[in-house]
Ligand binder design. Structure first.
Ligand code: C5P
Length: 224
């Protein structure tokens, strides 16, 4: 495909989501939030009573689920509709994130989502946010960036985000959850989380969002 792709991969809390959406808006490109797809599989399966162990039924659901992402023209925020219904914040809970990381460990589910993800590649370009965008889904991407930050910094960031939303949490619990999710994402056999060999690794521990966005855009200007 001739359509340019920027992949942004990395662990949860690396700031990818915010950075991907800001970069996509600046470039005027499409955005793929692949984590949202895994979260939607987890949510839809839970609502249908599909057990988290039933690989075949989960993969089947991942193929069939009806997903629409609507970009809000003013805020740039992306709202998901699952099987005709707006999901709201239901896919943003810690519970849903943890369930997503369990369904994401299943090869058949990943396989089922592969083509769906590639279909997001449309002119003028795509910013793809996830864990395996550069390694598996878009191996031919023109620019691959892997964002990291220490687990401590990521737990602190998550804590602040939750506090702003009025949700109480402890940094120690968040740190433990992040470490567990990292372990599950990096140790799974199917598409484990790791930088593509040709990815640019950017440690954001001591950078703020604006600095990261600027660095990514700078790389885009050089590459595309
Ligand atoms: O990025 P987000 O936190 O929304 O992703 C939820 C979970 O989905 C991750 O913890 C990860 O296990 C899984 N995921 C994945 N591959 C992707 C995107 C997300 O395995 N490309």
């Amino acid at each position: 495909s001739e359509v340019p792709v920027l992949t942004l991969d990395g662990p949860s809390g690396s700031g990818k989501g915010t950075i991907a959406s800001r970069v996509a808006r600046t470039l005027g490109w499409h955005l793929l939030d692949s984590g949202a797809l895994y979260r939607l599989v987890a949510l839809g399966a839970a609502r249908r009573g599909i057990p988290m162990e039933d690989e075949a039924a989960l993969a089947d659901y991942a193929l069939q689920m009806d997903v629409v992402f609507e970009v809000q023209p003013d805020s740039g925020e992306v709202l998901a509709k699952l099987d005709g219904e707006a999901v709201g914040d239901a896919i943003r809970t810690e519970q849903c994130g943890n369930d997503a990381s369990k369904v994401a460990a299943l090869g058949p589910v990943r396989e089922a989502l592969l083509q769906r993800q590639r279909d997001f590649r449309r002119p003028p370009g795509l910013v793809a946010d996830g864990r395996d965008m550069g390694t598996t889904v878009f191996p031919d991407a023109g620019l691959k960036i892997y964002l990291t930050a220490s687990a401590e910094v990521r737990a602190e960031r998550r804590y602040k985000q939750l506090k702003e939303k009025g949700i109480s949490a402890s940094v120690a619990d968040l740190f433990r959850e992040i470490a567990e999710r990292d372990a599950r994402d990096t140790e799974r056999r199917s598409s484990p989380l790791k930088p593509a060999t040709d990815a640019l690794v950017l440690d954001t521990s001591s950078l703020d969002i604006n600095q990261v966005v600027d660095q990514v855009l700078e790389q885009c200007r050089e590459r595309f």
